[in-house]
Design a binder for this molecule. Sequence first.
Ligand code: NAD
Length: 351
Amino acid sequence: MQAFTYEPQKSRVIFGSGTVAAIPEEAGRLGLKRLLVLSTPEQADQAETVAKSAGQLVAGIFSKAAMHTPTEVTENAMEVMKSLKADGILAIGGGSTIGLGKALSVRTGKHQIAIPTSYAGSEMTPILGETANGKKVTRRDPRILPASVIYDVDLTLSLPWPMTVTSAMNAMAHAVEALYAKDRNPVVEVLAERGIAAFGQALRTLKTTPDDLAARSDAFFGAWACGTCLGQVSMALHHKLCHVLGGSFNLPHAATHTVILPHAAAFNGSDGRLAAVNRALGGTQPGQALYDLARELDAPLALSALGFADADVPRATDIVMENPYWNPRSFDAEDITSILSRALHGDRPER
Ligand code: NAD
């Protein structure tokens, strides 16, 4: 067995159905009395309903969370937080809303209770990506990690099918890259395989019965497991490619992860590093197993459908090569062009 360092993250997790009823207890445990509730405009109604579980603890609701955590939205929320004298944050939503909660928490030192409603996994990480002047900057800091996370599977029943699939593939990408991360450890390896397997089974059930609560629960378990992987170890080529495509070409976050993952896994899984993906999904080649799952679930397969064009490949390649992340397999510009070209056209990976 290879040497490793293991440092658990300190957050409390409550998982189940009807668990939003635990908000007052969690707030009490953290000493919070005036919560600012966060959501996107699209989930304002859902946030209002959930906030009823917090009763008198709600100081106000801010429903302007947006993708990639723009700093002007954070500044606006900071003013609202100050005027309401809020002493804590209750984020109800996907990665964008939890990202806003993180941005507020790290600036004010106030605790965040995160209530995830998608599978992106941000709630389990001390990572924050923020956008200012068109540039996204990501940092890791233990103070960013939400103090308390309440997974209530009931809230995922409203997750539309395209988001169900793409946010699940986004989470699986964390687990896939954790399996070959340079700082991986045995806990993360077990969680990664279990998380991918849970998603594989749950998504196939949800395709025909999207309101199957047991399958929704298994998928949410996958989100917790894969998000925990991302919180523990560093990521490689797949996340770098998605960072460039999202940050410099404005492609949608979860859908981009969905399209790139099979190709990054095919490239990095060439020497048996991703045998766990084969076991989890029942395939023989990790890239093909992920591609076939995405196709079976009617997920996007081609970057061309997301607004990326042939003419964008050279610039994207240059940006990736300017400041590459560590990767288990060395690569050059030709490799990146080849991965992007296959992903652009939605070709099935060769392995
Ligand atoms: P999102 O939070 O942007 O949500 C997309 C849309 O789906 C929004 O309109 C949202 O309101 C809606 N939605 C979410 N859950 C819903 C539900 N249950 N019912 C109905 N609508 C629902 O998308 P996401 O994929 O969850 O998160 C993407 C963002 O999270 C990106 O900005 C990404 O950078 C960030 N992220 C961060 C980390 C991290 O560790 N820092 C990890 C993963 C993703």
